[in-house]
Write a protein that binds this ligand. Structure first.
Ligand code: AMP
Ligand code: MN
Ligand code: ZN
Length: 842
């Protein structure tokens, strides 16, 4: 009984302290104690004696049961228990937690109380964590961050590109360099970023070096966005009207999403000159090399002209992804053998397309190191493509070098130590600190020399045979064929992420995860922030796992609390509440939940079959579904089959993904094939079933073929031939160019000079009969400008897509403000890109 007494006194001690805190918390940190240390000392002592005392209590089992048989003991236990519960309730109340500790339901009471204690402990501990962090954060913030008072960071960062694949101690050596006060560059973008949940449409409007012209996309897009506009209503010649009509067919819609340089890349032949052994040309020392920072249009045009005269140049990009939904390219570094250039890709974002002139010139080699992302970023932000790419990363792989990072190549070939990098620096910073310019510049400065060296080695490696070198060219070409795809939100996207988490969630947790995922996606697009900034996945996991009952609990799951979470905590709270209202099913059972495919993930299917029985059951059900899907004749079904069908019909078939791939909508392959996503969307636009589309397509194809022939004949008469010939300067060879641009012939700087003759022209001549480009120079494109937003029937991808993305309404409304919001820049009045008849005079 001694032990109980000491526990009693501990309780009242805590109680006093607690109420004291209530009364005086504003005045004093630890009322009744001279400082925090004294309080901690006292607290620890109290906890220690309480623990000791509880250990002295009769053990559960026989000992306890024996004591319980004495009424005195029983009474004492109850009164002490009540006191304890009262005390705990008070503490919980003080912290704003649910605190009905004293509600006594003998059956479920203990379990519930235990839950309450766990919840409260978490909330309190998290709050402690947050406070400590805040205290810590205050200290950290005192150090100035870039750029104004720019200081070289003590811990310098390095690229994944350079560090090789071993990620061992990365966290120690990498640090995210942030500048907290950077104005969002998005604010001054001429064309608003298109975060809508629609597939990416290539931004390109002018296609230099075209062998196959662009699908007459400006018209097509205009018509897609204003589907109510009938070609006959436009003041266009009949032939053009016909043509427009045809453009509205499925085929052309698909064309629109295609890689604009697919044809050119498919027909690109590597020049003999780059397959033979070069004499490595040493790089110029950095200090003797001119480095220009390009941030005006005039300089960019001049740069383009310079580049067009070269036979090779090196390119690299710096990118920022934290404070933007899709990410944004901040810098483009270019090096020739003579000079380095750093382009401010934020400032010149809507002008950079002019570099396509050099970037897609098949006679100019573009050397990148690890171009995969670069290729996508160039497309996404500027509509830039690369024809004739050489990727030194691929070369390093083919050579079987120990490591393939640029760091390693620099060390290996140039004996340059470039370990220390600003790779994760915030490249949006302007003006760009000189240190960062220097670092950025190093990424391309040596690359052409490395290009020479690896070519020599690739040939030597293969005993002078070009096979290995050729394979690097081919791999590089594959990379330049990569298409940027926008992240598309579907009702199932969260499952992909959830699967990666390797946690098994019950129905409530999974629902929370699903709702949070959708909230995060929507808000991130709307605010143009990354999902990681909006709500990092690990926090999303924690909230889903804990399903906090109070908004405060949600805050407690996040450390540090993301600004958007703090702002919308009530909204999030409602989502968590909604999840809590789901019937609680363990993962095993979840797959049978009606109408909720969210409960079925492949990992669930795997998890929930410890003994294989479930696996078998699933297989049987799949077989049954397959059988029933193919058996349309209800009459011939057995009673069991009918029953099964009825059951299955109650479900939104969670096994669709296992059905044969002929069903495009559900095919697993198709799911991961970006072009089929597009297909899905197109399907939504057309609101047709696949079969209907298929049939319609077949029928149309035939008719179109005929009509096309006729229309082309007519358009030819109306608009003349779009093929333009230019003579190559300084040489006898002629180079055919196709004016694929809309509304005018190829716009190019008037002083543009052609490639020098020593660059062999390997590109096949355009297949004359398959491509007869239409020349719009005769048509009055201004007619499209006037039709803008007059009627509500204008195309709104969000609205159209709602059929399968019902959660997107808010976003849809936001982007409804006008099609001009999209990244496409063909709207007169919204942007002059594509309408620039001549590039700026120099
Ligand atoms: P690099 O090609 O190495 O210059 O890298 C280009 C861009 O990729 C950088 O500006 C970063 O945005 C990004 N990046 C490079 N290294 C990493 C890394 N280790 N982790 C995340 N992003 C990186
Ligand atoms: Mn790079
Ligand atoms: Zn770089």
């Amino acid at each position: 009984m001694d032990s109980s007494k000491s526990k009693d006194s501990t309780n009242s001690g805590l109680q006093e302290t607690n109420s004291d805190i209530n009364d005086e918390e504003k005045n004093d940190l630890c009322p009744g104690f001279k400082d925090a240390d004294a309080f901690v000392k006292y607290g620890l002592g109290a906890v220690l004696s309480a623990t000791k005392a509880s250990a002295g209590l009769p053990q559960t089992g026989d000992e306890y049961d024996f004591y319980r048989s004495f009424p005195g003991f029983q009474e004492f236990c109850e009164s002490q228990g009540d006191k304890l519960l009262h005390c705990m309730s008070q503490i919980m109340q003080h912290h704003g937690c649910r605190s009905r500790m004293r509600d006594r339901n003998k059956l479920t009471g203990l379990e519930e109380r235990f839950d309450l204690v766990v919840d409260s402990n978490d909330v309190i501990l998290e709050r402690v964590g947050i406070l400590l962090d805040e205290a810590d954060g205050v200290n950290r913030n005192q150090q100035p961050v870039m750029p104004a008072e720019f200081q070289p960071p003590k811990i310098v960062v390095s690229s994944w590109n350079r560090m090789g694949s071993s990620s061992g101690s990365r966290s120690e050596t990498f640090r995210l360099l942030q500048a907290k006060n950077i104005a969002r560059p998005q604010m001054k973008f001429k064309e608003k970023v298109d975060n809508s949940n629609t597939p990416f449409i290539p931004k390109i409007f002018i296609k230099p070096n075209a062998v196959k012209p662009l699908p007459s996309c400006k018209l097509l897009l205009t018509l897609m966005f204003f589907p109510s506009v009938r070609p006959e209503d436009l003041d266009v010649p009949a032939a053009l009207a016909d043509f427009i009509h045809q453009q509205r067919t499925q085929e052309h819609v698909e064309d629109m999403f295609a890689h604009p340089y697919q044809y050119e890349l498919d027909h690109l032949t590597i020049q003999e000159s780059v397959l033979s052994k070069p004499e490595p040309q040493m790089y110029k020392p950095l200090t003797e090399t001119k480095c220009s920072f390009i941030d005006t249009l005039d300089d960019l045009v001049a740069l383009n002209e310079k580049l067009c005269k070269l036979s090779e140049f090196a390119v690299d990009l710096e990118h920022h992804s934290y404070r933007s939904f899709l990410g944004l390219t901040c810098l483009i570094q270019i090096s020739s053998r003579e000079e380095d250039f750093i382009i401010d890709a934020i400032e010149l974002r809507s002008e950079l397309y002019i570099l396509n002139e050099a970037f897609t010139d098949p006679a100019i080699v573009k050397v990148f190191h690890g171009a995969d992302s670069d290729i996508e970023w160039l497309q996404r932000d500027f509509g830039l493509y690369v024809v004739n790419l050489f990727d030194t990363h691929q070369a390093s792989r083919a050579l079987n070098l120990a490591r393939h990072s640029l760091d390693q190549l620099l060390k290996h070939f140039c004996n340059v130590n470039s370990e220390k990098r600003y790779q994760l620096a915030d490249w949006r910073i302007r003006p760009l600190p000189d240190e960062m310019v220097q670092y950025a510049r190093m990424d391309t400065h040596y690359l052409l020399y490395i290009y020479d060296c690896v070519r020599v080695q690739l040939l030597d490696f293969n005993h002078g045979q070009p096979g290995l070198l050729q394979s690097v060219w081919n791999k590089s070409k594959d990379i330049s064929l990569k298409k940027y795809t926008k992240p598309i939100f579907t009702e199932e996207s969260y499952l992909e992420l959830q699967r990666k988490q390797k946690r098994s969630f019950n129905t409530q947790q999974l629902t929370a995860f699903r709702l949070l995922f959708a909230w995060r996606d929507k808000l991130a697009r709307q605010e143009d922030e990354s999902t990681g900034f909006t709500l990092p996945t690990h926090m999303m996991n924690k909230i889903s796992e804990e399903l906090p009952k109070e908004p405060q609990g949600i805050i407690a799951c996040c450390n540090p609390v993301p600004p958007l979470v703090r702002q919308q905590v009530n909204e999030l709270h409602l989502l968590v509440q909604q999840a809590r209202e789901m019937p609680l099913l363990k993962p095993e059972v979840t797959m049978f939940g009606p109408h909720d495919t969210s409960r079925v993930s492949e990992s669930d299917l795997q998890h929930c079959s410890p003994d294989g029985k479930l696996d078998t059951l699933i297989r049987l059900i799949i077989l049954l579904i397959l059988e029933l899907e193919t058996q349309n004749d209800h009459e011939s079904l057995s009673v069991a089959q009918m029953k099964a069908r009825r059951i299955i019909e109650c479900f939104e078939n969670p096994f669709r993904m296992y059905l044969p791939s002929s069903d495009v909508h559900i095919s697993k392959n198709a799911k991961f094939d970006p072009s089929s996503k597009i297909f899905e969307v197109i399907k939504e636009w057309k609101l047709l079933s696949m079969e209907q589309q298929q049939k319609e397509l077949e029928a149309k194809k035939e008719a179109n073929k005929k009509a096309k022939e006729e229309a082309k004949e007519r358009t030819k008469k109306v608009a003349g031939n779009g093929v333009k010939l230019e003579s190559a300067k300084g040489g006898g060879k002629k180079r055919e160019r196709v004016a694929s641009e809309v509304g005018e012939s190829t716009p190019k700087p008037s002083k543009k000079q052609m490639k020098s003759a020593e660059k062999p022209q390997k590109t096949e001549p355009p297949p004359k009969d398959s491509f007869k480009p239409f020349d719009y120079s005769q048509s009055d494109l201004k007619v499209f400008a006037g039709t803008k937003s007059k009627d509500n029937t204008q195309f709104d991808p969000n609205r159209q897509a709602q059929g399968f993305k019902k959660k997107k309404t808010a976003r849809g409304q936001k982007s409804n403000s006008g099609a001009g919001n999209r990244s496409m820049s063909y709207m007169a009045g919204k942007s002059d890109r594509g309408f620039r008849h001549n590039w700026p005079k120099r």
